[in-house]
Ligand binder design. Structure first.
Ligand SMILES: Nc1ncnc2c1ncn2[C@@H]1O[C@H](COP(=O)(O)OP(=O)(O)OP(=O)(O)O)[C@@H](O)[C@H]1O
Ligand SMILES: [Mg+2]
Length: 367
């Protein structure tokens, strides 16, 4: 059997929507076979009862599957936020095999939870010398067992089987890696702005150096709009998607001329600004931390993705404030697109699909 004839599926269960992609490796090239995005009904998410919430997520996964026409039921998925603890640590030199045997003992010193409460994984990022001693740089990932179990139960309830379980930040890294235009050692920050979380992953070349999930994202913009206009969350969400824009200083005139027709644009921009500044502050803090740790290197470029990357002018706002180029992730730049895929629909949703594309690629690593 030809291994490359198999399709692989990435499933991104976000806090606002479920995303799916199906990929196939055709003669060494990745081809997108199908994709799908389905919103999780907001009312269900606001329900106090966690069972009700889970049911809504399961229903949305089923819907996303139906819409996509994808048949394969084995999926790669991911966790983020409070479900995972990530540490970059230096350890005395040892081989991967040795580390695998002693990982629990090593992790105990770095993970603030009982070793019986987490599932551990690691990756050796590199090696070097410190105080005359040979050391290794290790990426340590601890996922909370109860959250992993819940996650697997959700997949089962949706009739799926669980393949790789990854972390959002590293999935975006995979998606970036296959779409990168130039192989260089540039320091880039991948920033995925979702509904609840903004995930940052700072890379040198394609190697992760620092990652963090910040609890400020699209829902926070929507909540401010909801308050300002005294409307339902879902209405505020629609208004934001249709007319929301960040005002850019040099374009003040333009934005205010739009606002003569529709002053809602200006009001939205005003109420979103404090949230935006909070997000910017957290991004800066992450950059500062990396720059202090790495001593000599600075973040040179930002690659933006996630549903909230579609917010008009967010890229330009960040570029202006951070003083570095900010680009959107070309999620399918180096990917072939299968005939049946609607290009317009794909370009509308591509910024939302970075995590699940990266997940699908991870699934393929495991085969
Ligand atoms: N055109 C648009 N303009 C502004 N915001 C948008 C637009 N389209 C989608 N969004 C926002 O993107 C967010 C959803 O993005 P995404 O699907 O990446 O989040 P998620 O994966 O469900 O959430 P999380 O990763 O935080 O759990 C929502 O807050 C939504 O309002
Ligand atoms: Mg997400």
């Amino acid at each position: 059997m030809n291994l490359f004839s198999k399709t692989i599926v990435g499933l991104d269960i976000g806090t606002s929507s479920v995303k799916l992609v199906e990929m196939k490796n055709v003669n060494g090239h990745w081809r997108l076979m199908a994709s799908s995005v389905s919103d999780i009904p907001r009312e269900a998410l606001e329900a106090k009862n966690p069972d009700q919430q889970r049911l809504a997520v399961v229903d949305t996964i089923k819907k996303a599957y139906e819409k996509s026409g994808i048949k394969s039921k084995r999926v790669a998925t991911s966790l983020l936020g409070e479900a995972v603890i990530i540490r970059y640590v230096k350890m005395p030199f040892m081989t991967e095999e040795e580390l695998r045997k002693s990982i629990t003992k090593e992790a105990e010193q770095h993970i603030p939870l009982g070793m019986d409460q987490v599932v551990l994984d690691f990756q050796i990022l590199g090696e070097g010398q410190e105080d005359g001693q040979r050391k290794i740089d290790v990426l340590l990932v601890a996922a909370k067992i109860d959250m992993v179990d819940q996650h697997i139960a959700t997949l089962k309830a949706a009739g799926l089987s669980s393949g790789v379980i990854d972390v959002d930040a590293f999935a975006v890294q995979n998606a970036y890696e296959i779409n990168r235009l130039e192989a260089n050692e540039e320091t880039v920050a991948l920033i995925n702005v979702g509904a609840t979380w903004t995930t940052i992953n700072i890379l040198e070349g394609i190697a992760t150096q620092f990652t963090r999930d910040i609890p400020v994202a699209g829902n926070d913009f929507t909540k401010e709009i909801q308050k300002e206009f005294n409307i339902k969350f879902s209405e505020a969400e629609e208004l934001k998607k249709a007319h929301g824009a960040i005002s850019i200083e040099e374009e003040e005139f333009n934005l205010s001329s739009v606002s003569q027709k529709d002053d809602r644009v200006l009001r939205m921009s005003d109420v979103m600004t404090p949230v935006l500044n909070k997000l910017l502050g957290e991004v800066r803090r992450s950059f500062d931390y990396y720059e202090t740790q790495s001593r000599k290197k600075n973040v040179e470029r930002v690659i933006l993705c996630g549903g909230s990357a579609k917010l008009k002018n967010l890229n330009r706002f960040l570029a202006g404030k951070l003083g570095i180029p900010v680009e959107h992730l070309g999620t399918f730049r180096n990917v072939e697109i299968n005939k049946g895929v609607d290009p317009e629909q794909l370009s509308e949703r591509e910024l939302s699909l970075g995590v699940c594309l990266g997940l699908a690629l991870r699934q393929s690593d495991q085969k």
